[in-house]
Design a protein around this ligand. Structure first.
Ligand code: UT7
Length: 318
């Protein structure tokens, strides 16, 4: 199967910084509880002028600007995929609106995908398939969410966890950039749920049995990673960075311990963004790239898990 590489990244944090102390004015909680149980210190919420579409466009624009700085062109883009479970509209898809706003070619493949927090990884797998057929084109993959619009601020076990934002990556076919991935689903309509549009009402709210999701996640991360390593032949020590869905620092600490990997090799930025679902991995990659943490040739393991229930992991070379 064709290899792929990420050749540009971008992100768009939502406008409003919401600290734990700020949330504690709305909900019966405290900075101390949230920070100890999750590692989150603040998150960002979409401002009145923002939604998933505008965040997706902002992140996509930043990634395309970086692409152009590197001497490539937006006319090379042949696919736009947006991973989200909180789209601003069902039709047109967010991907179609990104195409229009960025002036991308019309002869491209555009769609939104929903695998909740695993969505960005599912999107990478789709990019691999699309680029296998059109290796001369590029794919623009965005993860974008405005989850603050879908949470119940009366449900303190759920609302403290989520944040809004978007991250984007431009993906190219790369014969010398092997890509391995594994996915799974355990169909479950109870543990983590966000109802769709219903008669008389819009979508939401998100409901979650936190402990159950926690248990699922600490099992899914090592399982997904082991499935990928079995394909690639790499060992855990070959991996320079583990970039996982940013849901809870304790989940990542458990996973690191279960695999015997030092926690320092797990990138974490959830203290500042909270859980941004499909956006969390591309935001992390953009932040790592900007900080100079990612060096060409490094081996990355990405892992995601969440609603569905879904999980996925992917190994790629930066
Ligand atoms: O993207 C994937 C989606 N979701 C996840 O990954 C979530 C995974 N789960 C989690 O991160 C954790 O389960 C949570 C952070 C959601 C909850 O932490 P927990 O340690 O599992 O807490 P809990 O639900 O077991 O609740 C423990 C106690 C309860 O009080 P009692 O019954 O022991 O008196 C809760 O009522 O903490 C209470 N509690 C809170 N207290 C203060 C629950 N939420 C809060 C809160 N502030 N926000």
């Amino acid at each position: 199967m064709t290899g792929i590489s990420i050749i540009a990244t971008g992100s768009q944090p939502a406008a409003q910084v919401v600290t734990n102390d700020h949330l504690a004015k709305l909900v019966d909680t405290s900075d101390q509880w949230i920070a100890t149980r999750t590692g989150i210190r603040q998150r960002r919420f979409a401002g009145p002028e923002e939604d998933t579409t505008s965040l997706a466009i902002g992140a996509a624009r930043a990634a395309v600007e970086q692409l152009e700085k590197a001497g490539r062109g937006r006319e090379e883009i042949g696919a736009v995929l947006v991973a989200t479970f909180s789209p601003g509209s069902l039709v047109p898809s967010t991907a179609c609106l990104v195409q229009r706003e960025l002036g991308l070619p019309e002869d491209l493949f555009a769609l939104d995908i929903n695998a909740a927090c695993t969505g960005f990884l599912s999107g990478l797998r789709l990019c691999q398939g699309l680029l296998a057929q059109q290796p001369e084109r590029l794919a623009l993959l965005v993860g974008a969410e405005a989850i603050s619009r879908l949470v119940d601020f009366g449900d303190r076990g759920t609302c403290i966890l989520f944040g809004d934002g978007a991250g984007a990556a431009v993906v190219a076919a790369g014969p010398d950039r092997p890509f391995f991935c594994a996915f799974g689903t355990r169909g479950d309509g109870e543990v983590l749920r966000c109802p769709g549009v219903r008669p008389g009402g819009g979508p939401g709210p998100v409901t979650m049995e936190g402990r159950e999701v926690f248990r699922f996640a600490v099992d899914a991360i090592p399982k997904g990673i082991a499935a990928v390593l079995a394909q690639s032949g790499s060992s855990l020590w070959d991996i320079d960075w583990f970039v996982c869905h940013q849901a809870n620092a304790r989940i990542l600490a458990h996973a690191a311990k279960a695999m015997g990997v030092p926690e320092e090799r797990f990138f974490m930025d959830l203290d500042r963004y909270g859980n941004t679902s499909a956006a969390s991995i591309p935001i992390a990659l953009d932040e790592m790239a900007k900080k100079g943490l990612l060096k060409k040739g490094q081996r990355l393991m990405l892992a995601g898990f969440g609603g569905g229930l879904t999980w996925g992991a992917a190994e790629l070379i930066w």
